[in-house]
Design a protein around this ligand. Sequence first.
Ligand SMILES: Cc1cc2nc3c(=O)[nH]c(=O)nc-3n(C[C@H](O)[C@H](O)[C@H](O)COP(=O)(O)OP(=O)(O)OC[C@H]3O[C@@H](n4cnc5c(N)ncnc54)[C@H](O)[C@@H]3O)c2cc1C
Length: 486
Amino acid sequence: MGKEKGFIKIERSHPEKQAVDQRIKHYREFEKVFTNDNAEKQSERCMDCGVAFCHHGCPLENKIPDFNNAVYEKNWKRAFEILDSTNNFPEFTGRICPAPCEASCVLSINNDAVNIEQIEKSIAEKAFKENWVKPKLPEKELNKKIAIVGSGPAGLACAEQLRSKGYAVDIYEKESKPGGLLRYGIPNFKLEKQLIDRRIDVLKAAEIQFFMNRCIGKDIHPKSLLKDYEALVLCIGSEVPRDLKVEGRHLKGIHFAMDFLTRTTKKLEGLESEWIDCNNKNVLVIGGGDTGSDCIGTANRMGAKNVIQLELLSKPPYERTADNPWPDWPMILKTTSSHEEGSDRKWAVATKRFISDDGVHLSGAETIKLEWRKDKNGIFKAYEVEGTQAIIDCDIVFLAIGFVHPLLEGFLSEIGLALDKQKNIKTTQYQSSVAGLFTAGDAHTGQSLVVNAIAEGRKCANAVHAYLNEDVSVDIVYNEGNPFAL
Ligand SMILES: Cc1cc2nc3c(=O)[nH]c(=O)nc-3n(C[C@H](O)[C@H](O)[C@H](O)COP(=O)(O)OP(=O)(O)OC[C@H]3O[C@@H](n4cnc5c(N)ncnc54)[C@H](O)[C@@H]3O)c2cc1C
């Protein structure tokens, strides 16, 4: 396993990134892939720790020490086979995963974690270059048809797993191009869209059919899919954005983050003529998570005059605190590449109202400082600090404060789908209250991560297979709660 004491002799390194002043001039990816030599060197840091917490930390249970060792031994094809056995799309997670595996790497107790994500990306890119990525055609056809609604990472992973078992799989998608949030949420500078097209070609070669521009519940009745297919899987994401219902919300210039990000990507793809232009504008991003960070990176690329980001919570510590020990997810300050590109981050601040000079267009936001302390029941609550009101001048606001639940118009009254307390689709072993109707991904868990969506798609495929085959048993562990809500 790795080179003996490699973790002592070799420091963690990172592939080269383009300088900020250069990369904000374009929307392309700006981080290189490790050279083979560098990836092999970094994999030497994996230290045969005995109990591989990284494997446990990864929702896909990637066999990380095994692929690290194969890279160390320069057996890249073997490394790809190991990675591909648990992760359908390592080229995506190798770029945009927050890497819970690294947070639980044993080396990270008192050193920098193994750079697992970048090694994964190197393996995936080498596999595509060497033509090792093949369509997963089944050994025998089962002559049963499954419909999947939604072509995000959950739907695509579920489709590939079911197809490899022998089902005929049709994917229905309301957009004109597949990929879900991989395509229209995550900006190009984090994930270039030809990487999605490259993967879709592999899925099409496995004879998975894609039906684009089909909104189920609007263009096609879900009942007709339930009739025509042996099972139906809803992987429709969690699209309803959380709103900020304060005075002045109606003013021109206030947008949901997703409208901004989607229109930007569509304009870059030639699918939209207009975008929300931030050039020379004062931009206020409300919401301190990854979606907010993507708005910052996009606004800076458009030439925003100034970008401010507000977060309700207090500034996290730079290091783990005593009540947040390894291998738990570290609740520490995260600075993304978009933050590096320029923004003023304000912590523990709430927005009281939006202001206009002419009664129509936004000209500012009134804010107030918050203090977080425990109430008499020991629950952390935010208290406004009197006398700390301030006005932030802004021409554009992006609301990046999360998503509340899936958009289920055309499903609920029509087919009587039961929902859980959060208004996500309620399930038992991935099956909804409607026989033969399954769900996976954000529609099931609430807005989460690509790695969780892939894991959900895989587990749901097993549940569908068990439902259609009495001799197959299924025992799927579904973890309630979502520690990575965006
Ligand atoms: C701005 C943003 C940035 C993010 N960045 C990251 C990141 O860096 N790393 C990370 O791990 N995660 C990130 N996430 C989260 C991640 O993208 C999601 O958790 C993941 O894409 C969920 O996958 P999914 O397949 O469940 O749903 P989605 O990706 O949302 O896909 C759902 C698909 O269903 C389609 N659909 C919906 N309703 C219908 C219908 N009625 N008929 C037909 N089709 C329908 C939609 O058009 C869409 O294509 C980000 C999310 C956002 C919003």
